[in-house]
Design a protein around this ligand. Structure first.
Ligand code: NDP
Length: 475
């Protein structure tokens, strides 16, 4: 009797699990439909404090030689009041507003008006019109991939204007750094606010919208999946990949020029930071078509997190090392500098190869060679909102057999190298590795949660084969 009851219960559980599996794989993947209290608390924290964090870092360089503790000590001991610090902060200027507007307008122009020509003469480069991944609603968007040419044109014009025609000084970005911060904030908030209004009232693809009903969550994480104006102006690709990232290398060059102006030399640490971060930025543009398949474009909705983050967080906090080196020109011992360079290059190699292996594997549907052998994989399936079943594969060999996100591990090694290039005198330049560790660990967990609801039991089989997330044997 007991055995019979147990069998019935087990059958009921199995039936329920199957229903859950189907439910979770239908329309559940992508960002959450419901908001838990922890996500809400984190979002409120970020909305309130992220702009202050950026201000604090930039202000501490401007007023306290990049010391993170001195402003706090001054305030706690009553040596200074908040108003003293604020009164010494440069305000928004017409000049900064003009520079910023010109920059963003120029990037919009390059993005929407000049079809890619680089793929016509650069062997191996994939540009022009490319398709993104299938969205949760089953749509496939087309993108004009022309970021590399936008980067090249912007840099040629920069060098021509700064060094040949002398229209402006190469230190122009450093000289207007805080006034430009206000401009970046205005754009960041404006675009995020526009995105939520657009999401509510005139979305590009209503089926790919998610509204939780919680205003703060929707504002932060976005409603629309791929907001667009017209056929080609894609918010996610533009804000993720243009005004901030194209500027990243120019910002570093401006910091190097300022170091030269102030100290009469460009230190090897500044060169290291420029070179390593330059490789990372160029890699991004060379692989822009691949970028269409990354989480930012494939899974994140467009809200404040991406809109404000791309306009403010990225250009201001990812460039802290260069800014720090203007105030502290560190000349590294040659063997130490070589060690940092090696770490940065090895990190970059792992980052690129891991991403490349997945890209090749997915593009060829597994018909390729990874480390000279046919790749091993697990077959998996998922469903879009309309109930269409799709099939996919999860690779279990190459770097993807070592850990489930070894690309993040390589990225972290590179990030550590940028920080180590600044020596050990201050904490500020190490913000990047601390932030990236939190970002990528959280991203890894978020991605796995999404993959688990997308692939259900197939994901469990995969994690049983590839057991570690970032570091084999450790985590
Ligand atoms: P990944 O490129 O690792 O993509 C994760 C997706 O890949 C999963 O959602 C899944 O998508 C698919 N996938 C997972 N495992 C496998 C597998 N074994 N075989 C095949 N496909 C698999 O993540 P990101 O998009 O986050 O990162 C891309 C790169 O960008 C990383 O190198 C990261 O370091 C970097 N990055 C840098 C940031 C920065 O600020 N500097 C920020 C974020 C990322 P599917 O649904 O298609 O199965």
């Amino acid at each position: 009797m007991a055995a019979h009851q147990e069998k019935k219960l087990a059958e009921e559980r199995k039936h329920q699990n199957m229903q859950n599996d189907t439910k979770t794989s239908q329309g559940q993947w992508g960002r959450a439909w419901e908001v838990d209290w922890f996500s809400l608390a984190s979002i409120l924290f970020l909305l309130m404090f992220a702009p202050l964090i950026v201000y604090y870092f930039i202000m501490s360089c401007d007023q306290y030689q990049c010391s993170l503790t001195d402003p706090l000590l001054d305030l706690l001991t009553g040596n200074k009041h908040l108003s003293d610090i604020w009164n010494r902060t440069p305000m928004l200027t017409y000049r900064a507003a003009a520079i910023y507007s010109l920059w963003v307008t120029f990037q919009v122009f390059l993005y929407v008006s000049i079809p890619d020509f680089c793929h016509k003469f650069l062997p191996g480069y994939v540009g022009g019109v490319q398709e993104g991944a299938v969205t949760p609603a089953g749509a496939v968007n087309k993108y004009e991939i022309n970021g590399l040419q936008a980067w090249i044109i912007s840099h040629v014009l920069w060098f021509a204007n700064a060094y040949c025609f002398h229209f402006f000084s190469p230190t122009i970005i450093f000289d207007n750094w805080i006034p430009l911060l206000w401009c970046a904030n205005i754009l960041g908030y404006a675009v995020s606010t526009f995105a939520i209004i657009k999401g509510y009232f005139f979305p590009t693809n209503a089926k790919d919208c998610k509204i939780t009903g919680n205003f703060f969550y929707d504002y932060m994480m976005g409603i629309e999946f791929n907001p667009r104006i017209g056929k080609w102006f894609d918010f996610k690709l533009f804000f993720n990949g243009r005004p901030g990232i194209v500027a990243w290398t120019l910002i570093n060059l401006s910091f190097a020029a300022k170091q030269q102006e102030l100290h009469g030399e460009v230190t090897n640490s500044m060169i290291l930071v420029n070179v390593l971060q330059g490789i990372y930025v160029l890699d991004f543009f060379w692989n822009e078509a691949w970028y269409l398949k990354t989480i930012d474009i494939c899974h994140d909705h467009f809200g404040w997190y991406l809109g404000w983050g791309d306009c403010v967080w990225l250009p201001y906090l990812y460039t802290l090392q260069g800014l720090y080196l203007v105030y502290h020109p560190v000349q590294l011992r040659t063997d130490y500098a070589m060690g940092v360079l090696m770490l940065g290059l090895l990190g970059y190699y792992i980052f690129r190869m891991t991403n490349h292996q997945k890209d090749l594997f997915r593009r060829t549907n597994g018909n390729c060679r990874i480390w000279g052998k046919k790749p091993e994989y697990i077959e998996c399936s998922y469903m879009s909102v309309d109930g269409t079943k799709y099939y996919s594969k999860l690779m279990t060999s190459g770097f993807w057999g070592w850990a489930r996100h070894f690309n993040y591990t390589g990225d972290l090694m590179g990030s550590l190298a940028y920080c180590l290039a600044c020596g050990f005198e201050h904490l500020l330049p190490y913000f990047y590795i601390i932030y990236m560790t939190i970002l990528l660990t959280h991203r890894c967990i978020r991605d796995e949660h999404r993959c688990s609801s997308k692939y259900g039991k197939d994901w469990k089989c995969y994690t049983a084969v590839v057991r570690y997330r970032l570091l084999p044997g450790v985590f």
